[in-house]
Design a protein. Sequence first.
Lengths: 281, 316
Amino acid sequence: MSAPAVSLGSRQRRNVFFLTLVLSLVAFLWLFPFVFSFLASFKTGNELLSNIWGLPESFDTANYESAFRGMKYARSFGNSMFVSVSVALLQCATGTLAAFAFARMRFPGKELVFMLFLATLMIPGTVTLTANFLILSKLDWIDTYWALIVPHGASGFAIFLLRQFFMTVPIELEEAARLDGAGRLRFLWSILLPLARPAITTVFIFQFIGNYNDFLWPLIMTSSESLRVVQIALSIFTDLEATANYGPLMAAAILTMVPTIVLFAFMQRAFIRGITRSGLK
Amino acid sequence: MALDARPGVKATPTTSKRRLGFMARSRVVEALQAYLFLLPAAAILFTFQYLPAIDVFRISLTNRLLLRPTAKFIGFDNYVRLWNDGRFWNAVWNTFYFVAASVPFQMALALLFAMALATRMRGVGIFRTTFFLPVVTSMVAVSVVWEWLYHPSIGLFNEIIKLFGGTPIDWLSDQQWAMPAIILLIIWKGTGYYMVIYLAGLLDIPNEYYEAAKIDGASGWSMFRHITWPLLAPTTYLILVLQMINSFQVFSSVYVMTGGGPLRSTEVVVYYLFQRAFESLEFGYASAISVVMFVFLVIVTILQRVFVGSRVSYDR
């Protein structure tokens, strides 16, 4: 605590203690599913019945091995990474270009085009599923990586967020660069992009996590096993293990959750910034 | 400024013709370049957002089946059928039940958490991360975990109930309990997201307001009532609309945990839409469901805009 000039009164100290206590209890409730699914992921079928609350007898990785095999994790995780990284990169690329045009260039119809881009945020993803499926069929993209990547390659959110950032960069910087003979692309690439790293990181993390966790889109747009992303692999594994064999299921769930949790742990600030900016006020 | 000179418009006598031509050309070049920059994003947004958003209306007026590419225009027949479809109204009812029960709880909890964590207390960072953790995890994975927690004989929730001497509940296979079970999961999963938005809103409120109120001897409740709550109004409306739009589209948890059962007690609109489109392959009919939902959600969003426009109080 930042040392207050006057020491806290006993009443205030009691309040802080009480608040911390309540928060700790609620935090325990919040972590409960994570903690116990993690413990359960090491337990055998018998242990799940007899030793419900305790630690597992041994940190045996048998459940993880069967989850790894059942989900074809190497393949499905590889697919998820490839698709989510591609989407996130594409979003950064299309978003940067469009945001630069909106923030820094003059062209007829700017306001209107910007409104049209932003309005896409009002189109809920679930209502366009049928039409999108037919569009992708026409492109012959159903059950290909294209279907998983390209349609998510741009968003009003990314463009808006990056435009906000670009507008805070002083115009003098651009004028100076132009005087030194740098073209627009040159300025964007070697001056603006390095400056915009926090904003671009935010877009990347946000789109990566969102895409990695997406379920309905890949469920509909792909069917072959070689294209399965982690979420689909987990859902299919759940159906196969329907006989309440929860050890391997918990291991599979943990394997699915860990990548985004790790990423979040390292990139917390960038991610939170993305949410607080999604207000689009 | 010379940069703002337009060809043919108010050209000052000092501007030479040659310079004007150059300016005009650079203007055209800039515009062309801008359009080029917009092209990739525009192509994707048009093809996969606008086009399907318009196309879904057209498909909804046909009897399109997935496996039969030729479709006939049938006017509003799909909508008439929808109006008389008991299963659709059941799904609408379930969705409203879900939204009405989850949104207020999430909102209240999010505000409480945010207010507790807006203080400069030791360890707030850890609490924030904890409450936020479910937000970044996949819905499918947490649904699998909660399915186990809800298991009637080996699930932890029933163990807790037994610990306190209660009678175990058949959670996901009980018509009464399946929906509340999903709602509980969603509250746990989503609250952290809205907490973060509320936190940002709270930290925006200038501290002087509270200091002034304290000098006037205001109580904690009246400070909340007269400062925090009114100043948070825009944030609250924003959260409300985000929540509505998210909640009305609930799907994955239902798909994983109950498959719409038992006895369709958890069949929500998107799940029914999914069933019609991708199980029975009735694309025309499923598109009609989409359109109804689309129109409804757009109205919700517009209502929010109108409200925010008229309700933002104080001079900020």
